[in-house]
Design a protein around this ligand. Structure first.
Ligand SMILES: [Zn+2]
Length: 274
């Protein structure tokens, strides 16, 4: 049975999703650990424990080896990536006023404030191409996947920001995110490098943004309360993820989205060498 769905989340989520087998592999960007999980004893998926808590430590957002695990998913012909990420919720922009701790949102676009070159191109991978890495920036978070699950979440649009982390935004920075960048979901370097790499690999990528703090209304005092908020909402996230997995495994709609409009950079680089 081939696997075409991957979930990227925290360790607890993997344990809740199903029984898993831990495996290790190498990529041009380094080693990774992943899990093969069986959902409801019949649907096989790949699970990536983003922060590697399963290995007895915790990789902070700025320490994640995004290229290694996204390369692995692309190499294994994963088509659909469902990711979760803890974010700060900001009401106001884009007509969104209902975010509270515990809300689940589906960002439609992002602002990358790190401006780092997140790409598979380069010496490590050997991928070189004149045009392949200039990908469409439209609907980076798969529009079809968002539509499939929109009625299960609290907010099915909005803008995600990416800052380096691991610290939280200051109040002044959060005001800039709201008033200048129209941001609703303040995130760190988790989903944003991933969604960029997913687009290079022509994979459909969906983010379930889990609001764990409200930077302007009730600023977080420390990471402990975020951890509590994540734990409290895990069951609900689990339901949404499983629902989507069942749809994708059953009779999914036709995917005519921007994600697969252009072949992956892997295919394009290979073709240019022929
Ligand atoms: Zn798509």
């Amino acid at each position: 049975m081939s696997i075409n769905i991957a979930v990227i989340a925290g360790t607890g989520m993997g344990q809740l999703l199903g029984e898993g087998v831990k495996k290790n592999t190498r990529t041009p960007f380094g080693k990774i650990t992943y899990f093969e999980l069986l959902i409801d004893s019949r649907i096989k998926i790949i699970f990536i424990d983003r922060h590697h808590s399963c290995l007895g430590h915790f990789d902070l957002p700025h320490e994640l080896n995004h290229r290694a695990y996204m390369w692995f998913l692309a190499e294994h012909d994963i088509q659909f990536v469902i990711a979760t990420s803890a974010v700060g919720g900001i009401n106001g922009p884009n007509g969104i006023e209902n975010l509270t701790v515990g809300s689940i949102g589906l960002p439609m676009d992002f602002v990358d404030l790190t401006q780092k070159p997140y790409t598979f191109a380069g010496r490590e991978s050997g991928l070189v191409h004149e045009t392949a890495f200039h990908r469409s920036p439209i609907n980076m978070f798969c529009l079809v996947l968002r539509d499939l699950i929109a009625h299960h979440v609290d907010c099915a649009h909005g803008i995600l920001s990416c800052v380096q982390g691991p610290r939280y935004e200051t109040r002044a920075e959060a005001l800039i995110l709201r008033d200048v960048y129209q941001v609703n979901f303040a995130g760190m370097t988790t989903a944003v490098p991933e969604v960029i790499l997913a687009r290079e690999a022509a994979m459909h990528y969906l983010l379930l943004a889990n609001v764990t703090n409200m930077p302007l209304e009730d600023p977080p005092a420390d990471g402990a309360e975020v951890k509590v908020a994540i734990a409290q909402r895990q069951e609900r996230l689990l339901k949404v993820i499983k629902c989507l997995i069942h749809i994708l495994h059953g009779t999914p709609p036709e995917f005519k989205c921007e994600c697969i409009k252009t072949p992956s950079v892997f295919q394009m680089c290979e073709q240019s060498q022929d």
